[in-house]
Design a protein around this ligand. Sequence first.
Ligand code: ADP
Ligand code: MG
Length: 726
Amino acid sequence: MSVNRIDLVRSSFEKKAGEYEAMDKKVSEIFGELVFDRAKMRKYLDTKTFNSLLDCIDNGNALDRQTADAVACGIKEWALEHGVTHVTHWFQPLTDGTAEKHETLIDYDGKGGVIERFDGSSLVQQEPDASSFPNGGIRATFEARGYTAWDPTSPVFIQEDTLCIPTIFVSYTGEALDYKTPLKRALKAVCDAALPICKLFDPKVTKVYSYLGWEQEYFLVDEALYASRTDLMITGRTLFGHMSSKNQQLDDHYFGAIPSRVAAFMRDLEFAAFRLGIPVKTRHNEVAPNQFELAPIFGEANLANDQNQILMNLMDTIARKHSFVVLLHEKPFDGINGSGKHNNWSLGTDTGTGLLAPGKDARGNLQFIILLVNSLAAVQKHNALLKASIVSASNEHRLGGNEAPPSIVSAFLGRTMTEVLRKLLELPSGTPVEIAGKKGKRVGLVEIPEILLDNTDRNRTSPFAFTGNRFEFRAVGSSANCAGALTVLNAAVADQLTSYKAALDAELASGKPFDVAVMDSLKPVIASIIDVVCFDGNGYSAEWVKEAARRGLDTRTCVPELIASYASPSSVELFERTGVFTTRELEARNEVKWDTYSKKVQIESLVMARMAINHIIPAALEYKSRLLKGIKYNLDVFGNLDGCKSERILVESISALVEDIRVKVDAMQSARTAAKEASDSYSRAMAYSAIVADLRELRKPIDRLEELVDNRIWPLPKYRELLFIS
Ligand code: ADP
Ligand code: MG
């Protein structure tokens, strides 16, 4: 029985169409209404509690039990007004996505009835019985306790009937079991490291923030088609599928008109995001058919990352209401663009200075150059580690492709800034760095044109590109938790800034004037990076791979091997110095990563083998037998085979392809059995990484069969349906 694919789509769409409700209020009126933000704090808390909570959020001072109770009381009042019945600690374990364990707010009132209760202790800490989350051996069963603890810097929010409290997730012994804890440690490290430098330029600065502006790419596919593709449902990507004749060659989808059904989904999604205080800003069609992007206004990294996590969940639920499924996988379809999540990253002070943007004057520019150059040095020094922070079983299929960031982490600086840095190396230290056009004084100056933001040429092939006031880390995967990349990036920059500050202090101690000391300590750093990590050329070219290796950049692509760089001596030192990870945490995390990688490849291999045997081969054999019947009738009627040459060739091709599939499925099974027996997680992951190539090989005869077999018999939705129905 063939799947009547179009009917499937029609029925599912008609069922749900028209549910979209128009937004009848201004965005500014609904923005943040489901978030216990500062305005709500002011309204629902007394002044003393409000001030203590702000002191806790802004200055990291602990809340005493009494204040926590008062905060909980205010939150409860607000939540009940929104019909909330449940509460959960909301955290980010080392799985894909977030975790929650809902509890109702009720408690016995001692008079035979119940009341709503929510106090400081339920706000501050919980012990979810969450022993099944990956922990890499940190939580042996006898100490299986894991604690969630409130993160007051990310506001409490409401989803449906549930009050969600953003929390970190740590073991009984205090080790991080999640993404948020190390991110917060790295954000503190970069603040601590950058602050003493910034204070030299402006004593009023008391805090340095790390900012994140993510750009979330995704695909939409029709829910009914999705449900009939086991591979999409179970692994998030198509394991086979012949490219449709038209894909993205014409670039007609990119920035094109948004189809109305998709636009309805986007409006619903934005509406929900606004209510949760997520400042979504841009939406557009991406390069591949049915691929889209959404980006907010950037914000403080920890909060922005929480918002991205919330948004990924929202996308999923809201898409279902529109009979779509969102694909966040980095490479759901072969042969067309995959999806990333560019992480726009910068640092800024609490006095409002963007540290990766040119300053207002020569002094400000000097500060900018310190931050810029040391960020680049960090990317160079921890080159393999930075790549390790973005690799995964799913991002593996995207990276290094011709339309995706290359698998070498170099940095694009742009002509202007490259020239500025080269000139700085030549000129005497102390030469003022001016913005052209502002002072009109040109002789002996190193100039940064005012229009830097617009004139950094857009290099799309660089994984880490300077774009005028920030770096854009483009290698991050669409399904990833941004915290993975941001933890490493901020830790690496923090460490580099600390060592730079020591060099600067030494120059200052020798009595040099400030500007001269800055330049003298900066020049060796510039000289060490300008012809190594900085690369403005074509990141896709084969020559670049050779050149990058010559420069000492990391050119490896094997995921389990890259993961191991978290535990390399330079990484261990980096994380210990910055206080971001202990060795035990690093080892445990690597275990989790290798394990997750192995399991994902194992699942893909199992799904593909089963689909090949249960879906593909039967369809091919059915068609073959039909062809054979035709040949036999031909012989019966005409007494010869002259009239059925094509059928005979087809039968032979099908037989050969079916045989090829069978042999490859068997070989893959043996490889899986061998991989399973590997003695440790690393060698197991290495064995599974070889199976990734087997999957690619098995795909070939299947895709060829799709071209040959009668369309009416083919049991699965094809690329042209998955990609063009919206
Ligand atoms: P493009 O696709 O051209 O890169 P987008 O507008 O889609 O641009 O995304 C740019 C992202 O960068 C947005 O999330 C934006 O808020 C963010 N961004 C802008 N300036 C900064 C900054 N200084 N620090 C961090 N993120 C920033
Ligand atoms: Mg971008």
